[in-house]
Design a protein around this ligand. Structure first.
Ligand code: F6R
Length: 626
């Protein structure tokens, strides 16, 4: 949700910022902009270019302009305050144009700040909350320049001290980067509740909202923590706290390289990421089961015996990750014999759930930065409930705040619609279920090993499912004219029906809904009319015969039924107009195979309708606002 980038120490800062924005565009694409310190050493000047629309509009605007400069900041926006216009695009500048700010997050006390600034005679050029920050920092800088006797700070930057004073006035979340002609080769950054990653190598310093923005330059990164500031110069990066005392973020080496964030010949990132799923599954399982036959988490800060005393589980997540949590519920209940509630994080955080030290809260988030999921986890911790995070991003806010972490190892996911991160979340949830079964001794070690081996065996089976791609593309072209799709399923297939509907609506903009098949006759069946597609997850399970009846009911009312069925199931084949056959696996693991045809269906429908598959309208990859 908005991407910010910064670079100081390169003669071609403008190109570095543009390239960085290209890698971050999936975080938001309502507008893009940049500020460069240009001019001469004796007379530096701040140049700002910004445009509504995708990055291509900014590139077009920059082309033909001479923007030499060694330091720059950039922004790609997912609009919150103010429509996506040129005026509201970032960077925002101070009244005298000497200082520019880019921002990811929301300043919640913007109304009070706006009133205060306007009362002081400041003229505002936009409707954004970010512009207020530019004026606040500039005002603090001017007070410091006039000399107020403040002690020098460890980083020696007046701009840093001005930002420090300004952020003390802010309520809400922010990742901010500030550029000022007065300190032409310095970028100052601050964070609270929105991610910011730093990198330095060989006379150049960078900052970015996520690793994708830095990976072309360095794999050694430092995650800035909440209430920290960073001063970036070509010589290095100094991190400090809000009191100006030296501090440190979390440093680590990124274990994927720049190729992982390229399309590699696929027409879209989404298709590439769908095809990466067999490998992502294998990577997520790799080395999990130790030689002694025990499963371990990636990070474990639980007290001794804490997990053994758990008597209730809540799973909290948003969107696709919520669906992964729903799949996980079946496995945790079945294998670990624990009661599980799965909750939308934005609802959970404002409820008053009964939590205590015996309640385990599992927070699932591919980005590890989703504001609602982080807040739901914090809500749980406030009531002394232990929190376990499942995330794809090492060092993310959620991972750092949890008592234990299980990483999905899907690699970078650039397509805005989650695919391989979903599949690996489901795999991780299954591993977690087995891990809890091990801790609680509800399964024997050989039963755990057997279930784990079944999970590992899914890799080659996923390849078989992907082989249906061409058929699914044909089907998608045939169905793309429909204006309403229903997805139905029962038991562990239900979250896959919901996920199939979400995927389709996200990228094709068609109306799609998922329902428990048994609920159809209680209302939704009224929606069925002649030729409307109903996609059913009808693989082998203890509820398959019930689903068979539901298929007959919708078909009798004119629906065109597409069934995902287990190979060699003549009854389902007879009950459907189109069948996609899936390998026969344990019913709790079947969702991992069943989601793939639905991802492909959504993809091909979106392509048939000429939609922007990787950057669907109104969406952004990481949701760092409420
Ligand atoms: C859908 C999608 C979103 C995310 C949701 C949570 O394709 O990607 O629904 O699943 O925004 O994001 P994370 O998992 O980063 O918390």
């Amino acid at each position: 949700m908005c991407g910010i980038i910064g670079c100081t120490g390169r003669d071609d800062a403008v190109d570095v910022v543009l390239e960085g924005l290209a890698t971050l565009e999936y975080r938001g694409y309502d507008s893009a902009g940049m500020a460069i310190v240009s001019g001469t050493q004796a007379a530096p000047e701040l140049r700002v270019v910004k445009r509504a629309g995708k990055l291509a509009s900014l590139r077009h605007a920059v082309e033909g302009q001479s923007l030499p400069g060694r330091s720059g900041i950039g922004h790609t926006r997912w609009a919150t305050h103010g429509a996506p216009t040129d005026r509201n695009s970032h960077p925002h500048v101070s009244g005298d144009g000497s200082l520019a700010v880019v921002h990811n997050g929301i300043i919640e006390n913007h109304e009070a700040l706006r009133a205060e600034l306007q009362a002081a005679g400041v003229e505002l050029a936009s409707e954004t909350d970010t512009e207020l920050v530019a004026h606040l920092v500039a005002a603090e800088r001017d007070i410091l320049s006039a000399g107020d006797g403040a002690a020098p700070t460890t980083d020696g930057s007046r701009l840093a001290e001005a930002l420090r004073r300004a952020v003390r006035r802010l309520e809400g979340q922010y990742a901010l980067a500030v550029l000022d002609v007065g300190e032409p080769e310095t970028i100052v950054a601050a964070r609270y509740g929105a991610p910011l990653i730093l990198g330095h190598d060989d006379g150049v310093s960078w900052l970015a909202s996520d690793i994708a923005g830095l990976i072309a330059h360095t794999r050694d990164v430092e995650v800035l923590l909440d209430r920290q500031l960073a001063v970036l110069t070509p010589g290095g990066i100094a991190v400090s706290d809000l009191d100006g005392q030296e501090s440190e973020g979390v440093r680590y080496k990124v274990d994927w390289d720049v190729d992982a964030a390229e399309k590699q010949g696929y027409p879209h990132f989404m298709l590439k990421e769908i095809y990466e799923q067999p490998q992502a599954l294998t990577d997520t399982l790799l080395g999990r089961l130790g030689e002694d036959g025990t499963l371990a988490l990636d990070e474990q800060r639980f007290a001794d015996g804490e997990l053994r005393r758990i008597d209730k589980v809540y799973v909290v997540a948003c969107g696709t990750s919520y669906h992964a949590g729903m799949v996980g519920r079946y496995a945790i209940e079945h294998w670990a014999r624990l009661g599980v509630e799965v909750e939308i994080a934005s609802e959970f955080r404002y409820r008053d759930p009964i939590l205590n030290p015996h309640t385990l809260v599992i927070a699932i988030s591919q980005s590890g930065e989703t504001t609602d999921t982080i807040a739901a986890a914090a809500h749980a911790r406030d009531q002394r409930a232990p929190v376990l995070a499942v995330t794809n991003v090492v060092g993310s806010t959620l991972a750092r705040q949890a008592d234990g972490v299980l990483h999905t190892r899907a690699g970078p996911e650039i397509g805005v619609a989650a695919t391989k991160t979903f599949l690996t979340q489901v795999v991780a949830a299954d591993v977690l279920a087995l891990f809890l079964a091990q801790e609680r001794r509800t399964l024997l070690p050989e039963e755990i090993a057997d279930a784990f081996a079944r999970l590992e065996a899914l890799g080659p089976l996923l390849e078989q499912v992907l082989a249906h791609d061409e058929r699914i593309a044909e089907l998608a072209h045939r169905l793309a004219g429909a204006d309403y799709f229903m997805f139905i399923a029962r038991h562990a297939g239900l979250p896959i029906a919901l996920e199939g509907a979400l995927k389709l609506k996200e990228i094709s903009y068609l109306h799609a809904e998922g329902f428990p098949a048994g609920e159809m006759k209680h209302g939704p069946i009224a929606l069925i009319d002649d030729g409307g597609p109903v996609i059913a997850i009808a693989t082998r399970s203890h509820v398959r015969s019930k689903l068979l009846s539901n298929l007959a009911e919708v078909r009798a009312r004119g629906a065109v039924v597409v069934a995902l069925a287990t190979e060699g199931d003549p009854e389902i084949a007879a009950a459907a107009d189109h069948v996609i056959a899936l390998p026969d696996v344990h019913e709790l693991l079947a969702p991992i195979l069943a989601v793939v045809p639905l991802q492909l269906l959504a993809y091909h429908v979106a392509v048939a309708l000429d939609r922007d598959v990787d950057q669907p309208r109104n969406l952004a990859k990481t949701v760092t606002v409420e």
